[in-house]
Design a protein around this ligand. Structure first.
Ligand code: KIV
Ligand code: NA
Length: 265
């Protein structure tokens, strides 16, 4: 069947149907998530941390994400593929945002892009949308601004609630088709969700959002380190891969592998 389209997400909000989004960076993850029925996959710059080994998303480049976007779009037929615009690829103005976004659609095969920021990136969102490029916004805690925000902190508390609401309204007004709310108090995220006509996608933003997203290696327990408290671990892939790797190495050392069934006469 055809790809999920942005109007399907709009219809889901109107019907009160919640949906799940995951990040994907390569052929196996994308294929499995699509088979599981995940309607929207994000080629996130979280890959800076979970694929490329950086300690933040800041060093990730358009070229880094394009390689992953191509892999994900080649490996899926149904999911809507959203590519993150990385730090430094859209902030200087609408023209820069356009030049970067065009690469993700023309070369990467993505159907939409995501960028971080509220009212300050409204001109970028407006130009992209006018040019026919669907845009997902991302407000609340925005990892690319980690240094300015003073680390991983809940956003939108106290006086910050008004700012968050204003940013949410600004991105909707500029034409965004959805907005990620990251690390926002559940009550505020619920209020934003009620007020906006576009879907909200929460991460650390409570159950009141229209959709939820997690970084897949966090959700599946692939990483060795700590995961944020808002993550639920649905598997222990790291433990399983470690076990399989040790068993393979042991069987090579002891001469059990390869057996006759793995060998040619
Ligand atoms: O890069 C990413 O994975 C993201 C999600 C957490 C929304 O931006
Ligand atoms: Na991101």
């Amino acid at each position: 069947s055809a790809r999920v389209r942005i109007h399907h997400l709009q219809q889901a909000k109107q019907r009160g149907e919640k949906w799940a989004m995951l990040t994907a960076y390569d052929t196996f993850s994308a294929g499995i998530f699509e088979e599981a029925g995940i309607p929207v996959l994000l080629v996130g710059d979280s890959s800076g941390n979970v694929v490329l080994g950086y300690s933040s998303t800041v060093p990730v480049t358009v070229d880094d994400l394009l390689v992953m976007t191509k892999a994900v779009t080649r490996s899926t037929k149904r999911a809507l593929i959203v590519a993150d615009l990385p730090f430094g690829s859209y902030e200087s103005g609408p023209q820069q945002a356009f030049d970067s976004a065009v690469r993700f659609l023309k070369e990467g095969g993505a159907q939409a892009v995501k960028l971080e920021g509220g009212a300050r990136v409204a001109p970028q969102i407006r130009l992209l949308v006018d040019a026919g490029i669907p845009v997902m916004a991302h407000i609340g805690f925005t990892p690319q601004s980690e240094h300015a925000l003073g680390g991983f902190r809940v956003q939108g508390r106290g006086a910050g609630a008004e700012q968050l609401l204003a940013d949410a309204r600004a991105v909707q007004e500029a034409g965004a088709f959805a907005v990620v709310l990251e690390m926002v108090p559940a009550a505020i995220a619920g209020q934003v969700t009620e007020e906006l006509s576009i879907p909200t996608i929460g991460i650390g933003a409570g159950v009141g959002c229209d959709a939820q997203v997690l970084v897949w290696p966090d959700m599946a327990g692939l990483g060795g380190g700590r995961v944020p408290t808002f993550v639920k671990k649905y598997a222990d892939l790291r433990g399983e891969l470690l076990r399989a790797t040790r068993e393979f190495a042991d069987e090579v050392h002891s001469g059990v592998f390869p057996g006759p069934e793995h060998s040619f006469e």
